[in-house]
Write a protein that binds this ligand. Structure first.
Ligand SMILES: NC(=O)C1=CN([C@@H]2O[C@H](COP(=O)(O)OP(=O)(O)OC[C@H]3O[C@@H](n4cnc5c(N)ncnc54)[C@H](OP(=O)(O)O)[C@@H]3O)[C@@H](O)[C@H]2O)C=CC1
Ligand SMILES: Nc1nc(=O)c2c([nH]1)NC[C@@H]1CN(c3ccc(C(=O)N[C@@H](CCC(=O)O)C(=O)O)cc3)C=[N+]21
Length: 295
C-alpha cells in the first residue's frame, strides 16, 4: 500500500503563482518587496534555506539580500546589522537565521528586529499576537504545515495532533496555530494538540494516539514506525545534510511509509512550503509598510 506522498514542492509552486501575482500588483504601486536574511556562521540547514530563498525570490520578482557574518561576530556587530536593515526602506522583511552560535543572544536579536519587518514572527509582539489569535506574521514553517494539511484535506478540526518539538521557531507556534479557534478564512485549527519534547514520558503512547504527527525534533530517527498508528499523517520538518551531501528529515525509518496514511518527503515536503510562506509574509510586510490593506 504505502502512504500518500504530500507534495510540498508542487503545493509551494502553486502558492507562488498567487504570490507572483501579488508582487506584480505591488509593482504597479512602485513597490518591490525585499527580503534580507542574516546568516551567522555556517549552519547546514540555514545554508539550504538561504540558497532556496534567493532562488524563489528571483522567481516571483522579489529582491533578496544576504548578509553573511563570520561565526565570531560580536553581539553588538550583529545588532548593528539588524539596525541597518530596519532602517533600509528597500528591505520589507528581515530574518535572522537560527540557531545563532552559542555566544550570541537570539532573543535580543529577535527583539531588535522591527516588528513590522519580522517575517519569521519571532518578535515578542508578533509571537504574542499569534497566541492571542490575531497574527501579523504566522511563522513560515507552521504556516506551511497548516497549508499542506488543508491542501491535502487532512482533517485537523477535532483531530488528535502530536507536535514533537517545542521551539519558538516551529513546535510552539505550530501547536498554537493548530489548536486555535480559526478566524474565518484563516488556516486550519480546532485540533487537540499535545506538545512533546525530551522530557515527555512514554512518547510512543502519545504518538500512537495521534491522527497527525508533526516531527520537529531536529534529531534524525526521532520517529519510528512502531510509534505511528496505521493511517496517521506524518509531517517531517527536520532538515539534515548527510556526508554525501543528500538531504533527509527527522524520519529515517523507511517502514514509517508502510504504516502512515500520508507522509511529507524530505526534500520536497515542508522545506519548499517554508520558503514560500516566507515570501508571502514578506509581501504582507511590504503592504503593511506601504499602508495598504494586508491580503
Ligand atoms: N523544513 C523546514 O522548513 C524547517 C526545518 N527546520 C529543521 O527542523 C528541525 C527542528 O528545528 P527547531 O525547532 O528549530 O529545533 P530545536 O533544536 O530548537 O528544537 C527541537 C525540539 O525538539 C525536541 N526534541 C529533540 N529530540 C527529541 C526527541 N528525541 N524526542 C522528543 N522531542 C525531542 C526538543 O526538546 P527540548 O525542548 O526538551 O530540548 C526541542 O523542543 C531542525 O532539523 C531544523 O533544521 C527548522 C525550521 C524550518
Ligand atoms: N530564523 C529562522 N527561520 C527559519 O525558518 C529557519 C532558520 N532560522 N534556520 C534554519 C531552518 C531550516 N529551514 C529550512 C527551510 C527550507 C528548506 C528547504 O527549502 N528545503 C528544501 C531543499 C531543496 C534542496 O536544496 O534540494 C526541501 O526540503 O525540499 C530547508 C531548511 C528554515 N529554518
Amino acid at each position: 500500500m504505502g502512504a500518500t506522498t504530500i507534495d510540498g514542492k508542487a503545493t509551494a509552486a502553486a502558492e507562488r503563482e498567487r504570490i507572483a501575482t501579488e508582487v506584480t500588483a505591488l509593482g504597479e504601486h512602485g513597490i518591490v518587496p525585499g527580503l534580507a536574511a542574516v546568516l551567522v556562521g555556517d549552519d547546514p540547514a540555514s545554508e539550504v534555506y538561504v540558497r532556496q530563498k534567493e532562488r524563489m525570490c528571483e522567481r516571483v520578482g522579489m529582491r533578496s539580500l544576504g548578509e553573511r557574518l563570520d561565526a565570531e561576530v560580536s553581539q553588538s556587530e550583529l545588532l548593528e546589522v539588524v539596525d541597518r536593515l530596519n532602517a533600509d526602506p528597500a528591505v520589507s522583511g528581515i530574518i535572522v537565521q537560527m540557531p545563532l552560535p552559542d555566544h550570541l543572544d537570539e532573543v535580543e536579536a529577535q527583539e531588535r528586529t522591527d516588528p513590522t519587518k519580522d517575517v519569521d514572527g519571532l518578535h515578542p509582539e508578533n509571537a504574542g499576537r499569534l497566541m492571542r489569535g490575531d497574527p501579523r506574521f504566522v511563522p513560515a514553517t507552521p504556516l506551511g504545515c497548516a497549508v499542506l494539511l488543508a491542501t491535502y484535506e487532512i482533517a485537523v478540526s477535532g483531530a488528535n495532533i502530536v507536535v514533537l518539538g517545542r521551539s519558538q521557531l516551529v513546535g510552539r507556534p505550530l501547536a498554537t496555530l493548530l489548536s486555535a479557534k480559526p478566524s474565518p478564512g484563516g488556516p486550519v485549527g480546532n485540533a487537540t494538540v499535545t506538545v512533546c519534547h525530551t522530557r515527555t514520558r512514554d512518547l510512543a503512547a502519545h504518538t500512537r494516539a495521534a491522527d497527525v504527527i508533526v516531527v520537529a525534533a531536529g534529531v534524525a530517527g526521532a520517529l519510528t514506525a512502531d510509534m505511528v498508528s496505521p493511517g496517521a499523517t506524518v509531517i517531517d520538518v527536520g532538515i539534515h545534510r548527510a556526508e554525501d551531501g543528500s538531504l533527509h528529515g527527522d524520519v529515517t525509518d523507511p517502514t514509517v511509509e508502510e504504516v502512515a496514511g500520508a507522509l511529507t518527503p524530505v526534500p520536497g515536503g515542508v522545506g519548499p512550503m517554508t520558503v514560500t510562506m516566507l515570501l508571502e509574509n514578506t509581501v504582507r510586510a511590504a503592504r503593511i509598510q506601504a499602508g495598504l490593506p494586508a491580503v
